[in-house]
Write a protein that binds this ligand. Structure first.
Ligand code: ZN
Length: 342
């Protein structure tokens, strides 16, 4: 098998409530999209049931007090924040989402699959060490990374986050960590939740130069995103030489997404994923895990996920040729100049 899809019907039981954009239909749409394109349980694509994360896994990232708080709020059905309600089953399902990420990482690291896509809910990239929010309870990608660092001695993990929102939780957790290069492409923080992810947020201590933020003006699309991939992502891979790739795959930078103002095409998810797969092949035997974050237009979400899985299967997608000079890219390069000359 080349690609593992981590999925459980239990992920559909996470229901933040009527009218909430992070709804079970999101995952249903992805599954039926993948089935329609024959990308679900084939010779090369296996669907794998996740196991729940253990408390000790969650503690690698989150404060024990916060973990107990999520458990308590879940039992009382009281919200984590205004956007992030908790139900009786929230704690258990958040453990299963983090466990889905670990299941994916383990499969890829142990050679059971070349790459994996964890189709999990609830999402995770806004969850910080001691507080959640923005539809997120536990930081799935960070928990997977800490687990893999311990179990497989990974030293250089490249995290690409192309969700339209900045992954403030992931950035906070790894801010001083030199083993994790976190790069985020997101809508400009002055125009969208959570309001972080400026170019001068570059990390601290040993982590300086390893947190890379490329904010995109509303209206940005394929041309701007490819410029950032070509001028920042690929050169950074050449310098950092990752031993593992982890992708916070959100699909809300799509033109049709109701929550954001970005203009990515559906096909962009193909070449974004192709670029990751190509770099993973070059540096670490193709080891890459994609994790579902946001994406709130059902059709864009399903089609975007189909493109990602096709790229994971080795299909190559080409980005737009058009040349552009973006001020923000010069700004990012300048912010990182102390660490890297890009
Ligand atoms: Zn998002």
């Amino acid at each position: 098998m080349r690609t593992a899809l981590i999925y459980s019907d239990k992920y559909l039981e996470h229901n933040p409530g009527l009218g909430h954009p992070e709804r079970p239909e999101r995952l249903k749409a992805i599954v039926s999209g993948l089935k329609r394109f024959n990308l679900w349980n084939t010779q090369e694509i296996k669907v794998v049931e996740p196991y729940p994360a253990k408390l000790e896994d969650i503690k690698l990232v989150h404060d024990p007090e916060y973990i107990s708080l999520v458990e308590k709020l879940s039992a009382m059905e009281r919200p984590i924040d205004g956007d992030t309600p908790a139900k009786k089953n929230t704690f258990e399902l958040a453990l299963l989402a983090a466990g889905g990420a670990i299941t994916a990482g383990n499969l890829v690291m142990s050679g059971g699959a070349k790459n994996a896509f964890a189709l999990v809910r609830p999402p995770g990239h806004h969850a910080c060490r001691s507080h959640g929010g923005g539809f997120c309870y536990f930081n799935n990608i960070a928990i997977m990374i800490e687990r893999l660092k311990l179990d497989f001695k990974l030293k250089r993990i490249f995290v690409l986050d192309f969700d339209a929102h900045h992954g403030n939780g992931t950035q906070e957790i790894f801010y001083a960590d030199p083993s994790v290069l976190y790069m985020s492409l997101h809508q400009h923080p002055l125009t969208l939740y959570p309001g972080t992810g400026f170019p001068d947020e570059i990390g601290e201590g040993e982590g300086i130069g390893l947190k890379v933020n490329v904010p995109m003006e509303p209206g940005s699309g394929d041309i701007e995103y490819w410029a950032a991939m070509k001028e920042i992502f690929i050169p950074l891979c050449e310098k950092f030489k990752p031993d593992f790739f982890a992708v916070s795959a959100g699909f809300d930078a799509h033109f049709d997404d109701p929550l954001t103002g970005l203009h990515l095409s559906t096909k962009a998810y193909g070449w974004l994923a192709s670029a990751v797969i190509e770099q993973a092949e070059k540096w670490c035997g193709g080891k890459a895990v994609f994790l579902l974050e946001g994406g709130y237009d059902l059709e864009a979400l399903a089609s975007g996920a189909v493109y990602v899985v096709r790229a994971m299967q080795g299909e190559k997608f080409t980005p737009p040729e058009e040349k552009t000079r973006l001020k923000v890219i010069e700004e990012v390069k300048k912010a990182l100049a102390e660490k890297w000359s890009l």
